[in-house]
Design a protein around this ligand. Structure first.
Ligand code: G6P
Length: 618
């Protein structure tokens, strides 16, 4: 999703902006651009469709001005093109803006501004919603408003959630940043006689760990040595930056060919880090510290609703199982983008758990908002980003400790979210007396084996590569699972779609005969997730039905399961796991199969086309 960077200081802004944008590439984008302004107010705007290397190739002379803003765009209004790329200028050419988010009323604003453009014989330069912002600011400046007031006015006119950065020819030593709603974050990085700006921390980390996150409604005037923020009608203040603790080295790819592969391998560690100090034995406790929901609150809960999008939704589906089975309380899951437009019957005794690795997904934030405004039910967020918008909205957070995830397709954050959901189920179950000390100990002891289950699953990488070679040319896959493995079948199919661009459907095996079976023939491979467990026999029946249609079957089952291996064309063995822990043993294989398929197809695995890491638009 779109990324913003900015710089003001004693160095040349251009190379810093480009390097910052490189660090945001993982968010996914289709065009990019920078605007740099020098002391004399000479302004250079350079932008290109495509990858950053296309922009770099187009910059024949890097301007040496010390103030600038940059952007990676993910098209919403108007296709990816040079002219639709940000930054956008006012028709006067004085005001330059980059934006994350959507100006929902841009048509209305365009119509309002049209008269001015017509009178001056000018036209719109792009098809974007963003272009109205510099135009609005410029109009207000022409009418005599100071720049800052003009920006505040323009922001006030926008409907939707927006984060913007602005530079103006008349103020070459200053940039502005503003945030309205939750269109992703925007963070100021404090340097020594220089200031940095970015929509995401990774772009700032090589320069500084001293940061200020803009709050909803903030407008910041950023000079090389001073930041002044205005918020609503209150007097301007100088925010106090906080220190972030993120290791820039952790975001490098290391020896791995792709970040996704690296992050798959980091999963045992991510899981161990996430549960460290939160799964204690002797005496047993789950989430004892660092958790803001008291036992009294948990005892008052009658139902849990877990929401999320994409991979986080699949984690939510698995979490639902655990909460029902371990905590013994009714639980549901729902896609946040659907939930937020329903009027379900929640009450203050429903605990809403939002799963979101980024903490900035607009639909998940929208659903949380919906809950707060309508029912005031308690909300818990599970996220990898402390300080993200979701953590600000929620009553309590569980921060998973996965480290930065760069690959667009979520992997280690899925596992981290699962660990948090499992701990939550244990905590609720214990608080409500559903689990006694011994049962809690047993559950936690099982969770403590999960890093090793992941580790052994990852060892199947070679086997996954062999199978991907066989099926590299297939255009369709059906992935079957039952019970707690059904959400994993969905996740497997999602991963295939995301990074291999192959059509894949995740299905509950029992549902297969009600439609998908009509698709099956020799050219339609089926992946069956079939570890030994309560529904194993039902899975083998489904496999038999698939085989009767001559579709090739790849089964993922318990190591050494000769019976299953004998039944199918290809077999991948994973460590046997207790019934509720199979998501940990199967996840690496599901991810590695998709990864290897993408590899055989030579695709851009870390930045798949059309996708974004942080989806801040509807
Ligand atoms: C995007 C990402 C997915 C992620 C989904 C939800 O689509 O590409 O990997 O699962 O958003 O993101 P969240 O940050 O809410 O978990």
């Amino acid at each position: 999703m779109c990324g913003i960077v900015g710089y003001v200081g004693h160095q040349a802004a251009g190379p810093i902006l480009i390097e910052g944008l490189q660090r945001l590439e993982y968010r996914g984008y289709d065009s990019s651009g920078i605007a740099v302004i020098d002391r004399d107010g000479v302004l250079d705007v350079m932008k290109r469709e495509g990858k950053l290397r296309d922009l770099q190739a187009a910059i024949t002379r890097m301007p040496n001005g010390g103030t600038g803003i940059g952007h990676t765009r993910w098209a919403t209004h108007g296709q990816p093109s040079d002219r639709n790329a940000h930054p956008h200028a006012s028709s006067s050419g004085d005001v330059i803006v980059v934006q994350n988010g959507i100006v929902e009323n841009y048509r209305e604003l365009r119509a309002e501004l049209q008269e001015r453009l017509d009178a001056e014989g000018r036209t719109w330069q792009s098809e974007t919603d963003t272009e109205v912002i510099p135009e609005l600011i410029s109009r207000e400046i022409s009418a005599g408003k100071p720049l800052e007031d003009a920006i505040a006015y323009a922001i006030g006119r926008l409907r939707g959630a927006n984060a913007i950065a602005v530079v103006h020819r008349g103020s070459p030593d200053r940039m502005y940043a503003a945030r309205k709603g939750s269109a992703g974050g925007i963070v100021i990085g404090y340097g020594d006689g220089e200031m940095f700006l970015a929509s995401d921390l990774p772009a700032l980390l090589p320069h500084t760990t001293s940061v200020y996150h803009l709050e909803d409604g903030d407008i910041a005037a950023i000079d090389a040595d001073l930041v002044q923020v205005r918020r609503g009608g209150s007097p301007t203040f100088q925010p106090t930056p906080t220190q972030v603790d993120l290791d820039p080295v952790a975001i490098a790819r290391g020896p791995y060919r792709h970040f996704m592969l690296k992050e798959i391998h980091e999963q045992p560690r991510a899981l161990s880090d996430t549960i460290r100090g939160r799964a204690r034995l002797d005496p047993a406790s789950a989430l004892a510290d660092d958790f803001d929901l008291a036992d009294d609150t948990l005892r008052g809960i009658e139902r849990v609703l877990v929401i999320g999008m994409g991979t986080s939704l699949h984690a939510a589906m698995i979490g639902r199982w655990w909460i029902e089975q371990i905590a013994g309380i009714p639980a549901d899951f729902e896609n946040a983008s659907e939930f937020r437009f329903r009027a379900p019957l929640l009450g203050p005794s429903t605990l809403v758990v939002a799963v979101t690795q980024s903490g900035e997904t607009i639909d998940t934030l929208g659903a949380m908002n919906h809950v707060r405004e309508r029912w005031g039910a308690p909300q818990l967020v599970i996220t990898n980003v402390d300080g993200s918008e979701a953590t600000r909205q929620a009553d309590a957070s569980i921060i998973i400790r996965c480290g930065p995830e760069v690959g667009v397709a979520s992997t280690k954050t899925f596992v981290g979210s699962l660990a948090a959901l499992y701990l939550l189920a244990c905590r609720i179950g214990h608080a409500r007396g559903q689990l006694n000390e011994q049962e809690l100990t047993d559950r936690l002891e099982q969770l403590l084996t999960a890093p090793s289950l992941l580790e052994r699953g990852i060892r199947q990488a070679e086997r996954c590569a062999e199978i991907a070679q066989v099926f590299g040319g297939a255009s369709n896959f059906l992935v079957l699972g039952r019970g707690i493995e059904y959400p994993l079948a969905m996740e497997a199919a999602l991963k295939c779609k995301e990074i291999s661009y192959v059509h894949a459907e995740g299905y509950a095996a029992g549902e297969m005969k009600h439609g998908p079976i009509a698709l099956l023939d020799q050219g339609f491979p089926v992946i069956a997730l079939a570890p030994r467990g309560p529904l194993f026999d039902k899975m083998t029946s489904a496999i038999q039905q698939v085989r009767a249609r001559r579709a090739p079957v790849i089964a993922v089952g318990d190591e050494g399961d000769q019976e299953l291996a004998g039944l199918v064309d290809h077999f991948i063995g994973v460590p046997p796991a207790p019934p509720l822990l199979t998501p940990f043993s199967l996840t690496p294989v599901v991810q590695l199969l998709a990864y290897q398929l993408a590899l055989t197809r030579g695709l851009d695995i870390d930045q798949p086309r059309n996708l974004a890491k942080t989806v801040t638009v509807e």
